[in-house]
Write a protein of this length. Sequence first.
Length: 271
Amino acid sequence: MPMMNLLVAFNGSDGSVAALRYAASLAERLGAHVTAMLAHSSHEVIDKRSRWIPKEALALLEAANTDILREIEAKFEAERTALGLTNALQLKEVTGRVDSVLSEAARHYDMLIVGSHADTDDAHVTLHPDRIALLSGRPVTVVPAGYDGGGGLNHAALAWDGGRSAARALSDSLRLFEEAGRVDVLTVGPRSGWPIDDLLTHLDRHGVEATHHEWPKTQPVAATLVNWCKRNRPSLLVLGAFEHSKFREDLLGGVTSDVLSQIDIPVLLSH
C-alpha cells in the first residue's frame, strides 16, 4: 500500500523536532502529504471549578498552560520555515489524553511519526510511542532525538520471529521495503517452525533483495538487534511490538521498550 498520508506528532521536544524533519524528508521522497499535530492535556493539577481557588491563581494556571503551548508553536514555526514548508504544513492542536488522541488520529493516516519518549518532556504534552502503537492499529515510526539521517532508505532491517506482530510489521512496511530494495531479516533465538525461505521468496516477489541473519539467544534479543543495527547502520528497523502483553512488558521489561531506549535509528512499530 502506498504511503501517501503521514501524521507527525509535534510537542516541541528534541525528539519531535527530529520526527518533523524525518516526516518532511520522507514525504518529499514518497510524494506524500504530511500533517503535524500538537496533542496536549489540560495539565490541571487542581479542580479549577472549585470556588475556593482565587481568581488570580486560576489566571496564573491558564497563563502557564498558554505559555507552554505558544513556545511549542513558535518552535514549530521556526522548523516549518527552515524546512521551506510555510504554506504546505499546518499544526493541528487537539486537547485530550495525549496517547489516546494520537492513537485515534493515526487511524486516519498511513503512518504516525513521533519522537522518542523523554522523561524531561512537559507532562501535558508527553507521549509514549509503544502505547500508541498498541492502541492505534497503525504503524508508528519512532525517531530518536538528534537523528539527522533524513527519510532516505538505503536498506532496512526486519526483526522476525514468525509471530502475528512481526507479520503485521512486514505488511505495514512492505511499501518502504520496495523503495529500499534491500532488507536484512534478523532472527534471534526460537521462531516459528515455518521455513524462512518462504519469507525470503515473498520479499523477492516484491522486488526486495533479502538476506537472513540468525543468532541463538545467548543475550537479550533487544541487545542483539541494537548491536547489529549499530554495526551495520540500516536506515530503519521494523519491529512487531508487544508479542507478549503490554502489562508483562511494563512489569518485566521486553524487546519493544528495550530497543526504543537504546537504538539511535528510526524504528517502525506495528501491533
